[in-house]
Design a protein around this ligand. Structure first.
Ligand code: HH2
Length: 295
């Protein structure tokens, strides 16, 4: 399996919600969410994914007004923080206000199926969009999900959504794809998707992976949401090796380190990082070295 190993991009999660599955309520206060976003940028997040509605299994939907009330002050506070801003929403009204506030990526877990106005908005505003696979909807999605071949089914769904986006006027190079780990999937479905992620990467668009702290990691390791970092990094490294390029994580510093070392190993090329403080702040030197390979 010869797969191109992309430069890993870390997307840090900023959940401005009372009920997210792993950090619900921690960043509901706008000042706390803004400080958290800045900390994630310091740790190496190139993108901040800001969301005001939980999509955990069983979550109840929230109104656009409430979502906006949660995310807008946080977007304002993080504009100019040094990372791209992504809005995690399936509502066009929320996406439109977020774009006005500086977001350049719309992370739509419904893949343009949740709001009839979303595709036209993204086409008009010329921003990037992440289209994610989900079977059903968050309230019911974990009730006995079934597929023929999960990878084939998810891949054809994403191919169809990519085509739909393009027919709605969204430039194909603006579209990122995500298999939707944990969204209407059993543990076996998640593991099969990760093991055969190269088949999704073959669609030719950047692939986003969101395994961070998810339940299947807890099922395998016996650990609660706050103790699933090692499992998260293992899945991110495996996904990188299969060609994924964007990693949506809660624990940015550790994921970034794991991905940098994995990418250097897989590519035989590395860049030295000089640590300039005792915490997580660092600057990267420009020297890149290539490992000599035995002929
Ligand atoms: N996972 C979650 C939310 N948004 N977006 C993409 N593209 N991919 C994902 O895997 C994904 C996502 C769920 O994680 P989290 O935001 O931590 O939880 P909650 O939905 O409960 O807020």
């Amino acid at each position: 399996m010869a797969v191109h190993v992309p430069e890993p991009v870390v997307m840090g999660v900023v959940n401005v919600t009372p009920d997210s599955f792993s950090d619900g309520g921690e960043w509901l206060d706008p000042a706390a969410a803004i400080a958290h976003g800045h900390a994630l940028v310091e740790q190496g997040a190139a993108i901040l994914d800001i969301g005001g509605e939980s999509t955990r299994p069983g979550a109840e939907p929230v109104s656009a007004a409430e979502e906006l009330r949660r995310v807008l002050p946080v977007l304002d506070g993080l504009a100019g923080a040094g990372a791209r801003l992504s809005i995690d929403t399936s509502k066009a009204a929320v996406a439109a206000a977020a774009i006005d506030a500086g977001a350049t990526l719309v992370n739509d877990v419904t893949a343009l199926r949740g709001d009839a106005g979303m595709a036209a908005l993204i086409a008009r505003r010329g921003c990037d969009v992440c289209l994610m696979h989900m079977l059903g909807e968050p309230r019911t999605m974990q009730r006995d999900p079934r597929y023929g071949d999960v990878v084939v089914d998810v891949r054809s769904f994403l191919a169809e959504r990519l085509e739909h986006a393009v027919t709605q006027g969204i430039a194909p190079q603006r579209v990122w794809l995500d298999p939707g780990i944990g969204f209407g999937k059993t543990i076996d479905h998640n593991l099969e998707l990760l093991a055969r992620l190269d088949e999704i990467v073959a669609l030719g668009r950047p692939v986003v992976v969101g395994t961070s702290r998810k339940a299947f990691l807890g099922t395998i390791t016996g650990r609660g949401p706050g103790d699933r970092l090692a499992g998260t990094i293992a899945t991110n490294v495996l996904a990188l090796a299969r060609g994924a390029s964007v990693f949506r994580v809660h624990d940015v510093a550790e994921a970034r380190d794991g991905l940098l070392v994995a990418a250097a190993t897989l590519r035989g090329r590395w860049t030295a990082t000089t640590t300039t403080s005792t915490t997580t702040t660092s600057t990267t030197t420009s020297t890149t070295r290539t490992r000599s390979r035995p002929s």
